[in-house]
Design a protein around this ligand. Sequence first.
Ligand SMILES: [Zn+2]
Length: 433
Amino acid sequence: MRTRFYNARILTMKAAAPDVFQGEVYVENEKIIYVGDGKGVEMCRGHFDREIDCKGNLLMPGFKDAHTHSAMTMLRSNADDLPLSDWLNHQVFPYEAKLTPEDIYALSKLAVLEYLTSGITAAMEMYLTPETIAQAFSEMGMRLVEVGGVNNFSQSPELLEDWYQKLNGKDPLISMQLGFHAEYTCSEELIEKIADLAKKYQAPVYVHVAETADEVEGCKERYGMTPVAFLAKKGIFDYGGAGYHCVHTTPADWEIMKEKHIDVVTNPGSNTKLASGIAPLSDYLRMGIPVALGTDGPASNNALDMFREMFLATGLGKLRENNAAAVPFYEVLKMATVNGSHVMRLPDTDVLAPGKLADMIMIDLHQPNMQPLNNIAANVVYSGSKENVIMTMVAGRILYDRFDGRMNFHIGEDPEKIYADCNAIKTRIVGRS
Ligand SMILES: [Zn+2]
């Protein structure tokens, strides 16, 4: 299958500064085979299965949602306006205990629909049953990086290792990384076992870190040090990895993060709604600590919308520093694309270039919020919206488009059936129809 995109504006995200040019992109099967001005490549003409006139719209790499809990779609708008600890202990854990693997399969599908409408082409997921989540993503053609969510109450290092072996290397859309929920939900012994797995597989580890001030204080009481320092001391990050949130970190933590290659996945929407705090993104950028962007789950955000995350990342970053120059838009665009690919260990999805995977989106510039075309990349971050996403392609397959103005999903299933399945699960477990 060969597809030609012509009459496009192209933002490859390869350059250090925004660089949009007019040209063409050719895709063969799951890969990009050409990005350029389209001149001097006439020999390719006539050999395409599909030719798409981009009408001057923007092609760019898809967004990478580097931290989410997809199946928490069940609890969207069911447990709002509560502090994190009340929310988790009284509204989340009791309902999650009733979920079956099949429920999680169906609820994950709802999230995938929303990712596609937001231009997200890969998600880094932490939830209860990795195998049924992988099935949902794979069937829909969506890219997934699973992360273990081991804690004192569910999953185990043994299960994590089993999944790590089973889910890697089989389906090109699916991979798995080591991980656990958080320091405050895991015993010291459990954390040591995860560190042993990191050593055994020389693999990075992913975990919620320093999300709230209470979490940091609790860790200091238990172990006499911050979560970053404690987990690093235990060897969790001997092969790198990332911390989800990293809101309440200290300058000493930043030194450890830099030395151990602990990347940050910031979740400004969730941190705002749960009043967890504002992550020190300016300090991470200044220190050269890579930052990626995630939505967190749809029960704590409640949207899976990378445009909202991008605006919050830059807006909150500026507010925190009282400086409008802090956390500039192109850094945020890198967080949402290139950095996400690298944090998720998906290096072939980072930029638009020959040989890279065709995980690509089209942004409609023929809408008032994207005009005039002063600075298209700045428009994407500051005035852009998921309404501007008119195509989401994963591994060379168009999974979602709005070429005719309507929402067209090409995922082998009617979205209305997915909505009905999810509402039936919600009614069974949470109540209220
Ligand atoms: Zn989370």
